[in-house]
Design a protein. Structure first.
Length: 258
């Protein structure tokens, strides 16, 4: 299912020529197994991984260079779910005839790419085949119930940092392209940051005292993205807590709630 003929042609160039089980009979069993695994477990990452590696096989190292700079924290391979090893073996079966991607077919790289997807993807939604029938507005797409939802990595957008006082927000559209709108006047050279976890639009969080709001934001970001926020708002509230003598109590609550 593609949103347009141009999208279909691009997909064919980027990965389909490598992943078509009809054209690649030697890898058909492994390719189909990946799709079945994603369908049975609702795990989308093996499919994303397979397509990324297929792009490298099709386009060469430049495809990997385009995303390797996206941040991904180190993941230790000890005590991992056996699912990761199984998925690695599937990938080796899919790309057995593509020696150029062999450096990517190891557990450390698999975990890095999964981490990259997990922590940097941006949710998108676009319309499907109805676009070919002349659908051109978001209202039309909603009326037909023809939305396709998913997650994507963008070479530039995924480099943007989080802020609890963001300068931009994601502008949703019927296109799979991602764009941002300014939330306030911006200074020349000012860093563009957006809200990773929805703290800006959370009325319950806004109604909390600064201490609890600070703790909640830190806990969400630590739990979902594995970092402590040091944006302008958090630094200001941290200083206030420090000056009031409440910082130690706040940090104790944060650690105990994890």
């Amino acid at each position: 299912l593609f949103c347009s003929e141009a999208c279909e042609q691009k997909a064919r160039h980027q990965f389909h020529s490598v992943l078509c089980p009809v054209a690649n009979t030697h890898a058909a069993t492994a390719i189909v197994a990946v799709y079945q695994r994603c369908a049975e477990t609702s795990r989308v990452y093996p499919l994303l991984l397979m397509r990324l590696i297929a792009r490298v096989a099709s386009e060469g190292p430049k495809a990997w260079e385009g995303v390797r700079h996206i941040h991904a924290p180190a993941v230790q391979p000890q005590n991992l779910d056996p699912a990761f090893e199984l998925e690695l073996q599937l990938m080796r079966g899919v790309f057995a005839s593509h020696p150029t991607v062999a450096p990517l077919l190891n557990l450390e790289c698999l975990l890095r790419i999964y981490s990259m997807f997990r922590l940097n993807n941006i949710s998108v939604q676009t319309i499907g085949v109805a676009l070919k029938e002349g659908v051109a507005t978001e209202a039309d797409a909603h009326a037909r119930g023809n939305w396709v939802r998913g997650n994507a990595l963008y070479r530039t957008a995924c480099l943007m940092n989080h802020s609890c006082r963001p300068s931009v927000s994601i502008a949703r559209s019927i296109s799979s392209a991602v764009s941002f709108v300014a939330l306030r006047p911006l200074r020349a050279g000012e860093e563009l940051c957006f809200d990773y976890v929805g703290v800006v639009d959370d009325p319950a969080l806004a109604a909390q005292p600064p201490l609890l709001a600070y703790l909640e934001r830190q806990q969400r970001l630590s739990s979902d993205y594995y970092f402590s926020c040091s944006c302008e708002l958090c630094l200001a509230q941290r200083r206030e807590l420090d000056e009031s003598g409440e910082l130690e109590a706040a940090m104790h609550l944060l650690r105990s709630s994890r």
